[in-house]
Design a protein around this ligand. Structure first.
Ligand code: AVI
Length: 335
């Protein structure tokens, strides 16, 4: 069932599809229930990364994006700026739909190149962040109609019928290499799920490239400890919202590059300990891992294979001179 409320100020429409708290509790309990007795560390305890983004988590992630070590944001922005004219031509007079709009900084590069763009739709799980950023966009781009939809876009999308975007050419925008936080088969499914929303439209998507292990590990375990705070904030959120009793000092953060092509981020239990959540006892032994995220890195051809499996054709790929990051413009192949 979809719960929906809509509120309208002069320029921003907000649709709240209420990602329920029950999902948070259920998914946290399921993820912390692993590994089952007798099963090895091959399936460590884990929590879906989408829950990292409460208000504080979103702020910490914004701080990560400004770090020297975290090359992803500035590199993707440089690619967007370098090719903004070409991107604007491909978008034409379509509707831009951003998945995980966060603080909406990157879309500004596109909007600056196409001030005539009439409609922007932002989808994000973090309602306050979404509302603030859409309101700011509507202020800064006076011709723009901004539509904010609070939803978990990693799930199959059931969007409200919005008259102003009906029958318009739609272009999804999924920057930041957030696709890398999904497992490859989930990435294919996510892309497939966008099809009913984009109709015969396009998708502009940022994808981080494979590179030197040291560069990757520094990007995900920075010298100021902000990446560590970002991961630990998940425990703070579980304590506050679900009444658990995690002791943050009993966990240490690490980011490790696995040569299968992904950075793995963990909180490691420093001691044998028992954490309580809803009358459930969750035990950790010293050295046990709780996975907070995977971040997959794809070569251009690996990502194109994923896109093809989901029914997209590659129209254009841009990269930076150091080949750190890639930006793909995909088109939904007609069936
Ligand atoms: C949101 N996502 C693309 C980030 C990444 O690079 O995988 C999340 C992140 N986690 C720690 N640092 C960045």
């Amino acid at each position: 069932m979809v719960f929906m409320t809509a509120s309208f100020d002069s320029k921003v429409q907000l649709y709240d599809l209420h990602p329920p708290l029950d999902d948070f509790r259920t998914e946290v309990l399921a993820g912390l229930g692993r590994p089952l007795a007798g099963i090895s560390q091959s399936a460590p305890k884990s929590i879906p990364p989408k829950f990292l983004y409460d208000k504080r988590g979103a702020e910490l992630f914004d701080a990560i994006c400004t770090l020297d070590e975290y090359y992803l944001t500035r590199t993707e922005m440089a690619i967007l700026s370098a090719y903004a004219g070409e991107i604007a031509t491909l978008i034409g007079d379509g509707v831009l739909i951003e998945f995980g709009s966060g603080s909406s900084q990157k879309v500004r590069i596109i909007l600056d190149a196409m001030p005539q763009l009439p409609i922007y739709v932002g989808l994000d799980i973090s309602k306050q962040h979404l509302q603030e950023s859409c309101t700011q966009l509507a202020k800064d781009y006076p011709g723009l109609e901004a539509i904010a939809i609070c939803t978990d876009y990693t799930q199959p999308l059931q969007l409200p019928d919005i008259p102003s975007i009906r029958n318009k050419h739609k272009i999804g925008f999924f920057p930041g290499s957030s696709i890398g936080n999904l497992e490859p088969q989930e990435a294919v499914q996510f892309l497939k799920n966008t099809a009913p929303l984009l109709e015969q439209g396009d998708l502009l998507i940022g994808v981080d490239l494979k590179k030197d292990k040291a560069v990757l590990e520094a990007a995900y375990d920075d010298s100021q400890g902000i990446s560590a705070d970002f991961a630990l904030n998940l425990l703070t959120r579980i304590n506050r919202e679900l009444g658990a009793d995690f002791e943050l000092a009993n966990f240490d953060y690490q980011a490790i590059y696995n040569p299968v092509g992904r950075i793995e981020m963990y909180l490691t239990s420093l001691i044998d300990q028992v954490v309580h959540l809803d009358n459930v006892e969750i035990s950790f032994h010293a050295g046990e891992l709780l996975r907070t995220e995977n971040s997959y890195k794809y070569s251009i051809s690996e990502f194109q294979e994923i896109a093809t499996l989901a029914g997209f054709q590659s129209k254009r790929v841009w990269t930076d001179p150091q080949q750190l990051f890639s930006l793909h413009y995909l088109h939904l192949a007609s069936r």
